[in-house]
Design a protein around this ligand. Structure first.
Ligand code: GLN
Length: 485
């Protein structure tokens, strides 16, 4: 079997037993990448040459190591809103087109300590605002299952490159669904950890109270493998929490017997596409056969989640994005006569239309006349949504729903209608609002396109959702089917 078809865990074991060298692994993935990348366009910055050099160094280093780390020699792609020292980090924005950070994000530092190999920086919707990568200032990434369709977003590049098996693992960020929705559209595993589980230090902020970094992989084991490395308290992120990190690779093997699944009645309505509904409920039945029990639950405030999210996220974004003013770093307009004009021309030319829309909504809902009516109200509803989850988790261990209302849509289909685009986050935003962890795994196909199932867990209980996901993967071996073969 070609090395590129293997999972990160399989490769890790082969490297540790010295059956293969990091350079052989990297070479195999590069060959696969050359075949698929011209069609899917997942990378903003392809680091092929850098990866080859790095792997060569690791070939030498391994001979001197007593203990070989789990991710040693494993190729990993990084979403281009995660800071990489010395490597351009654009956020797919003209504003940061030539920005080279002087420091690494904490997740990158941790991966470096392992001896991982960075393969490139992946495309996203500008500043992670969007659901399709069509808001990238550079180009749109294509879905490997159907090149006329979007890979989802905002982490579309990270999802597409893993789905096409041109890299076994990647990192994305999820503010309202940007890991889970593209994972669903691309037929892979995507995990949004609990808020505070993974350090946000070095993640370019979109909405700081919602953002989390998390992994994409073809298997649940691989998600567990990288979570073992990136999870945990970081003193440089005051919102990261000091909650013990279990060994996820051990946790996933535990039995699921006796665990309770909650199905929120608000998510399984008659409006839901019948095929999506059937596919997800069929997967739930399989889990029932494994000894899990199922009951209906209610998340009564979930119906306000989209509205709440699209007030809080833009409010925080408008504040976070104030730093891009042409003074400190990033793009600066060429012609201006005074400071005021420099600011406004820089921001007008540097930001795309979706980012501007969010800044306008955000400043509006925060302005003194409207703050109480919108922002403050949204914060109150946020608490209600959170309390719904607390109540639900008194009864059940995990909550299952579809990840998205439908499969991947066509490029251009929703780009002129922001509301339609926002509605594709209807099942994912609640987890960010409530800060809880959620994973999307493939559970079938509709019209030859992958369908995602979302499993949501209690705060800091990534272990249980990974465990349920792993059990399902043993029934439906979704990782065996690779597009563009
Ligand atoms: N699609 C959502 C948005 O546009 C979520 C984005 C994200 O999670 N980064 O805001």
């Amino acid at each position: 079997m070609s090395l590129w078809k293997k999972t990160a865990l399989e490769l890790s074991n082969l490297i540790k037993s010295k059956e293969i060298k990091p350079s052989e692994v990297v070479q195999s993935f590069i060959e696969r990448k050359r075949q698929v990348e011209p069609k899917i366009q997942a990378y903003v910055t392809d680091l092929e040459e850098f990866a080859i050099q790095m792997a060569k160094k690791l070939d030498e280093e391994i001979t001197k190591l007593e203990k070989i780390p789990d991710l040693f020699g494993i190729p990993i792609a990084i979403k281009d809103n995660i800071s990489t020292k010395g490597i351009r980090t654009t956020c797919s924005s003209k504003m940061l087109e030539n920005f080279v950070p002087i420091y690494d994000a904490t997740v990158i530092e941790r991966l470096k300590e392992q001896g991982y190999v960075i393969t490139g920086k992946t495309n996203l919707d500008e500043f992670a605002m969007g659901s399709s990568t069509e808001n990238s200032a550079f180009f749109t990434t294509k879905n490997p299952w159907d090149l006329e369709r979007v890979p989802g977003g905002s982490s579309g590049g990270s999802a597409a490159i893993v789905a096409a098996a041109a890299v076994p693992l990647s990192l994305g960020s999820d503010t309202g669904g940007s890991i889970r929705q593209p994972a669903a559209f691309c037929g892979i595993v995507g995990l949004k950890p609990t808020y505070g589980r993974v350090s946000r230090y070095g993640l370019v902020a979109f909405a700081s109270s919602l953002d989390q970094i998390g992994p994409f992989s073809r298997t649940v084991e691989d998600a567990a493998l990288i979570m073992n490395v990136i999870a945990g308290k970081d003193n440089r992120d005051s919102t990261s929490k000091d909650v013990p990190v279990p060994n996820y690779l051990e946790e996933i093997k535990k039995d699921v017997k006796g665990l309770k699944i909650g199905l929120p009645k608000e998510f399984f309505t008659d409006d839901l596409d019948p095929q999506i509904k059937d596919t997800v409920l069929n997967a739930v039945k399989q889990l029932e056969k494994e000894g899990m029990s199922v009951e209906e639950i209610s998340l009564p405030h979930a119906k306000y989640a989209i509205e709440t999210y699209y007030i809080i996220a833009p409010a925080e974004a408008s504040s976070n994005l104030a730093r891009f003013d042409g003074v400190r770093y990033g793009y600066r307009t060429k012609d201006y006569s005074d400071l005021e004009e420099m600011y406004s021309k820089t921001r007008n030319e540097g930001f795309g239309s979706e980012v501007k829309r969010r800044i306008m909504i955000g400043t509006y809902v925060l302005s003194s006349g409207y703050y109480d009516a919108y922002y403050l109200k949204a914060q109150k509803v946020r608490t209600l949504i959170y309390q719904d989850y607390v109540k639900a988790f008194e009864k059940v261990d995990v909550i299952i729903s579809p990840t998205t209302p439908d499969v991947a849509f066509k490029i251009g289909e929703k780009s002129s209608d922001p509301i339609q685009m926002y509605l594709s986050d209807i099942f994912t935003v609640s987890a960010n609002i409530a800060t809880v962890p959620a994973i999307s795994i493939p559970c079938g196909f509709k019209d030859n396109l992958p369908v995602g199932m979302q499993i949501t867990g209690k705060p800091f209980d990534e272990a249980t959702i990974l465990r349920v996901a792993y059990r399902y993967q043993n029934i439906y071996r979704f990782y065996e089917k690779i597009p563009m073969e």
